[in-house]
Design a protein around this ligand. Structure first.
Ligand code: GLA
Length: 380
């Protein structure tokens, strides 16, 4: 940005070539390229957002998927801190454990793949043992979203839209969803969700990035603090029992002090044995209205930090327990705990658990939710 005699002049440059378009403004830039075509002939686009600090976020229109977040470490070296694949084929393959995507219409599990709403029973796919997971067989992670990217001099963002028709995956109502990813000058990645419906329906949208702030290896030494005094214990199929259990005096206590994720992950606590590590919803203290700090993560190896802020009442800590040698980008093979997810959300199985905050969106309402991943460094 140039400032002259009290006037602010923004420099905007837009260029389009065969491969796509690029625009830049005041140190922010966006680039869009076409990376493939789906069987329905729709083009899959990759939007790259960049700020003046050289931080870059790559997002695919397929699944509105974050494919890369490149941020500096304490010495200034840049690394990609999310797990993913090198190609669109990887994201479309059967081995993709929701890397970086938006999940919906209902992120997380619905017991028995069914729920009753306003006296009517709805049947959904049972795609996770006896339960419904992450929106079903073709959830929002497996559709090609309409998309565009733009910068305005203070931030750069990419907007994704998808219309999920009435009855899709068994859910009632046509749901119109918008997700906007914004990269700020301060290395924050903000995810804004909005949705409206024409019939009452459950909605629970989340972002399923797997983070590894070292960019390689496992995440067991990453130190985690969670602003949660309670979590929702689960049955053997990872459905909440309905209890809100205090974290204090248990391996789920990331509230009293930050601790390495791996410190107690192998404790003989039945809740940890069920899923081979953490795969639980934490009840955020005072969460659910304004943007509040949910989690802070520090990686002693790289010095990178990440804070997660959200308007949601819960966050699923998933420590990549089921990663079983997934062949990912840059010839990396992701094993158990190769990454962690902090999926901001309403609690799992809420449509069947009246005591949990409601996830039902009605035609006269607007679903609005915001989550922010803020990256930084800590010098010892
Ligand atoms: C979520 C679930 C996990 C697992 C992953 C995807 O985070 O809670 O149990 O299904 O998604 O592998």
């Amino acid at each position: 940005m140039m400032v002259r005699a009290g006037l602010t002049i923004s420099i905007v440059v837009v260029a389009c070539f065969m491969a796509g378009c690029q625009s830049s403004q005041d140190g922010f830039s966006t680039a869009t390229t076409v990376v493939g075509t789906l069987p329905d002939q729709s083009e899959v686009r990759l939007h790259t957002l960049r700020n003046s600090q050289g931080v870059e976020v790559g997002i695919l229109s397929y699944g509105a998927t974050i494919v890369s977040i490149t941020v500096p470490d304490a010495k200034g070296s840049m690394d990609d801190v999310v797990l993913g694949f090198d190609s669109l084929a990887g994201y479309r393959g059967d081995n993709n454990p929701y890397f970086g995507s938006i999940v919906g219409r209902y992120g997380n599990r619905i017991a028995g793949g069914s729920f009753v709403l306003d006296g009517e029973t709805y049947m959904l796919a049972r795609n996770n043992g006896p339960n419904h997971l992450h929106g079903g067989l073709v959830g929002f992670d497996k559709v090609n979203w309409e998309s565009m990217a733009a910068s305005d001099g203070k931030r750069t963002s990419a907007t994704f839209r998808y219309v999920s028709v009435d009855g899709e995956e068994g859910y009632p109502g046509t749901l119109r969803v918008t997700v906007v990813y914004t990269l700020t000058a301060d290395n924050e990645v903000i995810v804004d969700y909005e949705a409206t419906t024409d019939k009452a329906t459950p909605v629970n949208l989340t972002q399923h990035s797997y983070f590894n702030l070292s960019g390689t290896g496992d995440i067991l030494d990453h130190e985690l603090a969670l602003n949660a005094s309670y979590f929702t214990p689960v049955d053997s199929t990872l459905i909440p029992t309905g209890e809100l259990r205090s974290v204090f005096g248990t391996p789920f206590d990331f509230k009293t002090t930050a601790r390495p994720i791996g410190e107690r992950i192998r404790d003989n606590d039945p809740q940890l044995v069920i899923g081979g590590g953490y795969d639980h919803n934490f009840v955020l203290d005072g969460g659910g209205d304004s943007l509040a700090l949910a989690a802070s993560v520090y990686d002693p190896l790289s010095g990178r930090t990440m804070e997660v802020w959200t308007t949601e009442p819960g966050v699923q800590l998933y420590t990549g327990n089921f990663l079983d040698g997934v062949e990912g980008k840059n010839r990396q093979v992701y094993g158990p705990h190769g990454g962690f997810c902090l999926e901001t959300q309403h609690y799992p199985d809420s449509p069947n658990q009246p005591a949990f905050p409601s996830t039902i969106l009605r035609p006269d309402e607007r679903y609005v939710s915001r989550t922010m991943f803020a990256f930084g460094v800590r010098h010892r």
